[in-house]
Design a protein around this ligand. Structure first.
Ligand code: SF4
Length: 467
């Protein structure tokens, strides 16, 4: 069996008459944006939260990343956080708030605190919950009515999924990162290629990736249409989890490891589909369009409508028109206005280290606004212990407090007008970063750092001599 089948079977409460499965949810991660109505729906029916002990909350989407004094200047943000505080207090749900030292983007703190563990089912009212699959968990992003269902019953009604194994071999070249690998996968398989599937990332390249890198890959599974993405748990996973706050301790940890190992896909597991990919051929990648599948290598030119099948020409034309680009243009040399290192895709300590390595000794181009937003208070503190904050501020970056920031711009960090943003986040949809006409170029944190310094899209390999 695959890991998906094993975890699915272990959490099945019953098969529903409509063909769905009622699945028990081991961990429900909660944040301020998708929960207020869900709690109100429970209240209206007189229902209680079924398992407060399997629920944990934080605040990330709306928090200001500069001035975090309460009450927030943004009245809506203040209302949302106040509602979450009240709901958690009434239901007995632990809240990792701004005073906790553990607050951060929900998909950064779950793993960081050892809440996310192999073999679990995890749900959260945010699309990028697939991040937690990096640990061999089956993790679903859910909508507000499903948040209500999980709060009330700790269960979800779900359609069964097929499993596609994405087998990656070869070594990522210097200057090429997990972000480039997942952008390549999405470019090849398409933004809807994963609909109906769970993606199992496997092969020697994935085996060698750190947990941070695996999280970057799994995080963007949803951008390829896959409901969940996962990596089989292995020694890298167990080493990461040992000693974390919510991980088992002592003998319980060893027992857990034995069970976690048993949940990995069997060597002779059967897959609904298998795709093979050579990581060695990938180059630093930049999106040029309005979905994460519209990308090119930094030394390539944008596609021309005439290069494509007639059916694909309309979406290409729409994307080029929105971005103000022309088919055949090089992406390299595209002037940027904003550089954003942050988000649940790429705001972990290793991401900040890579960005800082590029930035050290340079200065942000005069016309660029650059900000680094750590994924959690824990990441921020660790980065400051290493002096990364000074590297960034001396180079002219803003060093901010933890939150989602400009990834979704439900706070004060947002693009203005037609600004172009080099961003380490995960979505380049129209209006995603706050301005309806703002333009997002997705890339690795190192590439964002390089673009901030140069003031335009550059090949990070040329700035770091390929190291
Ligand atoms: S960083 Fe972006 S994608 Fe991740 S949880 Fe926050 S808003 Fe969602």
């Amino acid at each position: 069996m695959t890991l998906l089948e094993k975890v699915w079977n272990a959490h099945t409460v019953r098969k529903l008459p409509n063909g769905q499965t009622q699945l028990f949810v081991g961990l429900h991660l909660v944040h301020e944006v998708t929960t207020p109505q869900a709690f109100d729906m429970l209240r209206a029916r007189g229902w209680k939260v079924r398992y407060p002990s399997r629920t944990i909350a934080t605040v990330d989407h709306i928090v200001p990343t500069r001035d975090q004094r309460r009450p927030f200047m943004d009245v809506m943000a203040e209302d949302m956080l106040s509602a979450l505080e009240r709901n958690c207090r009434e239901a007995g749900i632990p809240l990792l708030d701004l005073k906790s030292g553990s607050q951060g983007i929900v998909h950064v703190i779950g793993p960081e605190l050892g809440l996310t563990q192999p073999g679990m089912t995890i749900a959260c009212g945010d699309s990028h919950t697939s991040t937690h699959g990096a640990f061999g968990a089956v993790a679903f992003g859910i909508g507000t009515s499903q948040v209500r269902d999980v709060l009330a019953s700790q269960c979800l009604a779900l359609e069964p999924l097929k499993v596609r194994r994405i087998d990656v071999s070869g070594t990522l070249a210097a200057g090429v990162y997990a972000k480039d690998l997942i952008l390549e996968i999405i470019r090849r398989l398409g933004v809807n290629g994963g609909v109906g599937y769970a993606y199992e990332y496997a092969g020697e390249t994935i085996d060698r990736l750190s947990m941070d890198e695996r999280m970057t890959i799994c995080n963007m599974s949803i951008e390829g249409g896959a409901r969940v993405g996962y990596v089989n748990p292995d020694q890298t996973t167990f080493d990461y989890l040992r000693g974390r706050r919510f991980a088992p301790e002592g003998d319980a940890f060893d027992k857990a490891v034995a069970w976690w190992r048993s949940m990995a896909s069997d060597a002779d597991a059967r897959y609904d589909d298998t795709v093979r990919l050579d990581a060695g051929a990938i180059r630093p990648t930049v999106t040029w369009g309005i979905n994460p599948g519209q990308s090119v290598y930094v030394d390539e030119r944008l596609p021309r409508p005439s290069d494509l099948e007639p059916a694909a020409r309309a979406s290409l034309a729409e994307a080029l028109d929105f971005m103000g680009f022309h088919g055949g243009d090089p992406i390299k040399g595209t002037r940027i206005d904003v550089a954003f290192v942050g988000s649940c895709t790429n705001a972990r300590l290793s991401d900040l280290r890579e960005a800082a390595r590029v930035v050290r000794g340079h200065h942000v181009a005069p016309h660029v606004k650059a900000l680094v937003v750590p994924g959690s208070q824990g990441v921020r503190a660790a980065a400051e212990r290493e002096g990364l904050d000074r590297v960034f501020t001396e180079a002219g970056f803003d060093w901010r407090n933890a939150g989602c920031s400009m990834c979704l711009a439900m706070n004060q960090d947002r693009l203005e007008g037609r600004e172009v943003c080099a961003s380490s986040s995960n979505r380049n949809f129209k209006g995603r970063q706050g301005s309806p006409t703002g333009r997002t170029l997705l890339m690795s944190p190192a590439m964002v750092a390089a673009a901030a310094i140069a003031g335009e899209v550059v090949d990070v390999r040329e700035m770091t001599d390929g190291h």
